[in-house]
Design a protein. Structure first.
Length: 247
């Protein structure tokens, strides 16, 4: 009997599978990326675990959370199919547009526009030709764009696609997806961890149950996100080659 692959071997194998479809895809530590350190500070009142629990995809990079011990990230070898789905989204919408739409409905816009408004307030106070309320308009626009409803629509939709992929990998590797798993994701979507990106919990529940139904009927790879069908099929084969599947 061949030795069972280690978590690291499986992680790296599935990373290579993902890179076959998204060549720029790579994995880095969140703590080594200024953008994630900055976002963590902005989101801290709402999600204090951003740097310690959440994998985050941005700009062709799958950023892993802080590790308690070296190699902790390898236990998350299922993650590539979820984040590969985001890589497909970014490829479709182009990097800058995808990132801008994804961050809508978060405090990131409020902070960024607040910073932009400061010089306008200063100029307005010193130069009579520049109305003082220009800075206020910029600040107000940032606050408006930070409202989850309706501006978090894209983030919620893209995460639903990603978590559908998570449902599939859980079923393939464990043989079932309990309701408790789906309900946990409903709480994630409707709570502060993702800044209340979807207030309609029943919508989340229906979409993830649909993903479960499709994977149980062996129709997931073809019907969940058709443009990713080849990637999903290759990922399943990668799991099977690593001896990680139960169905």
């Amino acid at each position: 009997m061949p030795d069972t692959p280690t978590d690291q071997e499986t992680f790296e194998h599935l990373e290579k599978v993902t890179q076959q479809f998204f060549p720029k895809y790579k994995v880095r530590a969140k703590k080594d990326m200024w953008i994630h350190r900055t976002i963590a500070k902005i989101l801290k009142p709402f999600n204090k675990y951003y740097m310690t629990r959440f994998w985050t995809y941005f700009n062709n990079t799958n950023a892993y959370p802080n590790e308690d011990t070296p190699g902790d990230r390898y236990r998350s070898w299922r993650i590539h199919m979820h984040e590969g789905t985001h890589a497909s989204q970014e490829k479709t919408f182009s990097g800058f547009l995808w990132g801008s739409l994804y961050l809508l409905g978060t405090p990131v816009y409020a902070v960024a526009f607040a910073i932009l408004s400061v010089p306008l307030f200063i100029v307005g106070a010193l130069v009579t030709a520049v109305p003082w309320w220009v800075g206020l308009c910029v600040l107000g626009a940032g606050l408006l764009l930070s409202c989850p409803v309706p501006f978090a629509y894209w983030r919620a939709e893209w995460e639903l696609q990603g978590y559908g992929a998570s449902v599939a990998t859980k079923y393939w590797t464990e043989g079932s997806v309990p309701d408790s798993y789906i309900e946990d994701k409903v709480r994630t979507f409707t709570g502060g961890e993702y800044f209340y990106m979807c207030v309609f919990g029943n919508k989340v529940r229906k979409r993830l149950r649909k993903a479960r139904r499709l994977v149980q009927d062996r129709k997931f790879t073809a019907k969940w996100l058709p443009r990713c069908s080849e990637f999903y099929s290759a990922y399943y084969r990668g799991l099977k080659e690593q001896g990680r599947t139960k169905v």
